[in-house]
Every structure is written in structure tokens, then in C-alpha cells.
Ligand binder design. Structure first.
Ligand code: ADP
Ligand code: ZN
Length: 436
């Protein structure tokens, strides 16, 4: 049993009192970090949660600039683990943990998995990357804390994944949504009947943006319930917000982080229900407390009570990361809008790539999608009709007319980690001769 009733159903007045107390303690601790020393020097105890706006924001760039130890707020002798996020340019962001931090993280991870229905009788296969990426180890310790038989398989090697699922009767799987789709090709290739040959019950899908349509596809493919799991390395990793069995939005653990939503342009706080950038202040971190960390993730806070009785508010599915936004001839587009439309077409396969390029000083959007050989049995002419149908649907959704190109199943590149969907070739394809 990992139902922390007292905390999970805590009266909100009491919860807010606890948050204020924790923020003040984190504030005092953060002053030890070289990065925060001057920034927080003149900020005294907050009297009320609304005074949180007195605290400065912290960004991913700040973490990079403070590399390697600038955000460490405790003595090195207390630090037992380092994680690092997958920064592609410049210094990576580094995150430190004390024993207590790891203990708290395992606690919220176990709580999250329990809340979606995992129990200590479950067999848990963790296909997330182990190592610097926080996805693997985070839920590994959560799974063990919950008491599940935890199989630390890590990502890739699809045949081996399925072999373990068959032989050990795996019931719970932690998996990237893009990998869940890809793995189903191997299920088919090996002639595995997911209902008869496997014993799957629950998938935890997260670490990358995905649409409701994608969740439904995964649920159909494996005959499971797929729960949305949100987290980020800077705060700890997976387990920060999680869906309960009602699968309606994600409870954000408000005894662990203090969430705010701010306008992504003005950074002014927005009320519950309005979409903006999620900002998180840690409440217990000992190695690396973070003040108002700007996640760049767009969502809204849902304050209406959930049927499950938990009092911690929920956040809506992340619609996008602010830095994922593509501006195509002045129109703002998020990759998830494209994904949602593709997923609604059964003849479209599971893998796709979005390419941006320049043509006579105009941005062009090209979407390459693998054909789904199971559902598409038509002729080239039929493929053309399908292509046009998708162009029209995308045009409605995006306000931009894309080029759609169906390609053979299995021909697009795959990545072992998070899927890389967008390739921006605009700079490279710009022709001096044409550009004004
Ligand atoms: P990064 O991807 O920045 O290298 P992380 O591995 O810590 O670093 O990933 C955290 C990010 O992954 C989040 O800020 C968010 O953008 C994305 N993410 C995590 N979980 C989800 C989810 N359930 N839905 C959408 N996006 C998610
Ligand atoms: Zn709930």
C-alpha cells in the first residue's frame, strides 16, 4: 500500500501553510549556493505565498551558466548523486542529490505509480534510459519502494524487451510513448498476441510530449491503460505530476513542488485555468533548491477537485515546450498539433518527421510519415487521396498548408532516446539569390 492519505488528501489551508514554511526554508538554504548568494541576499522570509513573486526566476540557461557547482547549496560531503539533462548545445545542466533528496524522489515516484494502480504484486519493466538521464533511475527506485519486482532493462533491444515481458509476465511498463509505438512493430513481427501471450496492465508514458490520440493508440496496441507521467531532471525527474486512475489531468505533488503558471511573454502570474508556462519552486531539495524554475512547458492548473479525493491540484497534459514552437511564415505551430492529426488517421504509420526548409524566402513545412501497412492496402492513387486528405486536415489545424509525403514503413530514422521529430533546414536551404 502506497497511499499517503494524510498528505495526498491534506486540507488545502494546511497544505498552503506547509508550502510557505518549506519555501522559506528552501530560500534560506538556497542562499548557500554561489549562484543565488547575491540574487537572494536582500530577500527575507515570505509572509504569504503571494509574495513568491519577490523571488527571482531560475532558467535552464542559469543552470548552464552556473555549471558545474554554482547551484550546489550544501557541502559536497552530503551529495551522493549527479544527473544531467540532455543539453545539446553548451554546458549540460547538472543536478545534485543528497540521500534525503533521493529518498523523497523515490517516495513521490512510488506514490505516483500507486496512484495509477500499480501494486506490490506487479512486475515492473523499466525501459527508460539508466544513467545520467533521470527517467530510468528515478522510477527504478520508485518501483522498488512500492515493492514491485523491478526489472532494470533500460531502452532498446525490442526482442529482449518482449522476451522479458513474456517470460516474467510483466504487468507494468515505464516507456517513452514514441518507443511504445515502435516496439509494437516488433510485437507484430514476432507474431505476439498481446492479449494471450503477454500479461500487460499498465503503461507509464512520459518524458516527451504526446497527444491524447497517441495515448489511445498505445492503449489499443497493447490492451493496457496508459498513464501520463510528467517530470524534469532539474527538479528531480519523473514523478512530479501523475495521472490517477481517472486519467483526467495530472496531480502535481504540491507537498514536493510549489507550482505557478506565468504568462510566457510577460512572466506575470496567471490564475488557475489559464494556460501559460509552468514554474516550479522546490519544497524539500537539500542539494539544490530551485527558486521559481521556468520549465518552458505549457500547461494550465486545474483546481476543481478530482473524483479520487486527492487535494493536490492537477495540471493539464503538456501542450508544448515554448522552445518547440515553430514559426512558419509568421504562424505559430507546435509539433503536437501535427501529431494529433496524424494519429487520427488509421492508415498513417507510427513514425513521422517534420522538416522545415526555405523556398524562395518562404518557409515550407514538409511532413514525412510512414505508411501503416496493416491498414493501408490501396494503390498509389489511393495513397494520393490519403495524402490530400491529410493535407486538408492539417491545413485546418495549423492554418498553414504542409507538404505531406508518405514513405515506406520502417524507412524513417529512429532514436533510442526521446524522439527527434523536427528538423529545421531553413538556414541551410536559404538561397542568397532569392532572399531579399
Ligand atoms: P531535457 O529533455 O530538457 O533534456 P529532461 O530529460 O529532464 O530534460 O526532460 C524534461 C522535459 O521533458 C520536460 O521539461 C518536458 O518538456 C518533457 N516532458 C516530460 N514529461 C512529459 C510529459 N508527460 N508530457 C510532455 N512532455 C514531457
Ligand atoms: Zn485524481
Amino acid at each position: 500500500m502506497y497511499w499517503q492519505k494524510e498528505i495526498e488528501t491534506m486540507d488545502r489551508v494546511q497544505l498552503k501553510k506547509m508550502q510557505l514554511d518549506c519555501i522559506n526554508k528552501q530560500l534560506a538554504l538556497a542562499k548557500n549556493a554561489p549562484y543565488y548568494k547575491d540574487k537572494l541576499a536582500n530577500i527575507t522570509e515570505l509572509k504569504d505565498l503571494t509574495e513568491i513573486t519577490k523571488l527571482p526566476f531560475t532558467t535552464k540557461q542559469d543552470l548552464r551558466d552556473a555549471f558545474p557547482y554554482g547551484l550546489l547549496a550544501t557541502d559536497l560531503k552530503n551529495v551522493v548523486r549527479l544527473h544531467s539533462s540532455s543539453g545539446t548545445t553548451g554546458n549540460p545542466t547538472v543536478v545534485f542529490h543528497t540521500k534525503e533528496d533521493l529518498d523523497n524522489w523515490a517516495n513521490i515516484s512510488a506514490r505516483s505509480m500507486y496512484c495509477a494502480g500499480a501494486r506490490n504484486t506487479d512486475i515492473f519493466q523499466n525501459t527508460m534510459g539508466y544513467g545520467l538521464f533521470s527517467g530510468g533511475l528515478g522510477f527504478h527506485y520508485g518501483g522498488e519502494r512500492l515493492g514491485m519486482l523491478t526489472i532494470p532493462l533500460g531502452p532498446g533491444n525490442s526482442k529482449r524487451q518482449l522476451w522479458f515481458m513474456q517470460h516474467f509476465k510483466t504487468t507494468v511498463v515505464h516507456i517513452l510513448p514514441s518507443y511504445a509505438l515502435r516496439l509494437s512493430n516488433t510485437v507484430k513481427e514476432l507474431g505476439i498476441n498481446v492479449k494471450k501471450d503477454l500479461n500487460l496492465k499498465i503503461f507509464f508514458i512520459g518524458a516527451e510530449p504526446h497527444s491524447e490520440a497517441m495515448r489511445q493508440k498505445i492503449e489499443e496496441l497493447y490492451g493496457v491503460k496508459a498513464y501520463n507521467s510528467y517530470g524534469l531532471s532539474e527538479i528531480s525527474g519523473p514523478g512530479i505530476a501523475f495521472e490517477c486512475r481517472y486519467q483526467k489531468h495530472l496531480h502535481i505533488w504540491e507537498d514536493y513542488v510549489y507550482p505557478e503558471i506565468v504568462d510566457p511573454k510577460t512572466f506575470e502570474p496567471l490564475p488557475d485555468g489559464e494556460e501559460g508556462e509552468l514554474v516550479l519552486t522546490t519544497l524539500h531539495r537539500q542539494a539544490m533548491p530551485l527558486m521559481r524554475y521556468r520549465t518552458k512547458d505549457l500547461t494550465k492548473i486545474i483546481s476543481e477537485p478530482c473524483e479520487c479525493g486527492r487535494t493536490h491540484r492537477r495540471i493539464a497534459r503538456i501542450t508544448a515546450r515554448t522552445d518547440d514552437m515553430m514559426i512558419i511564415n509568421g504562424v505559430n505551430i507546435f509539433p503536437i498539433q501535427i501529431e494529433k492529426t496524424i494519429m487520427s488517421i488509421p492508415e498513417a504509420g507510427k513514425n513521422y518527421v517534420i522538416e522545415l526548409f526555405d523556398h524562395n524566402c518562404m518557409d515550407k513545412l514538409r511532413i514525412k510519415i510512414e505508411v501503416n501497412n496493416d491498414t493501408f492496402k490501396g494503390t498509389l492513387k489511393d495513397l494520393e487521396i490519403l495524402q490530400n486528405r491529410l493535407i486538408n486536415e492539417l491545413k485546418q489545424e495549423l492554418d498553414v498548408t504542409p507538404i505531406v509525403q508518405f514513405v515506406e514503413a520502417g524507412s524513417l530514422p529512429v532514436s533510442e532516446g526521446k524522439a527527434k521529430r523536427v528538423i529545421d533546414l531553413r538556414e541551410r536551404t536559404k538561397s542568397e539569390a532569392f532572399c531579399c
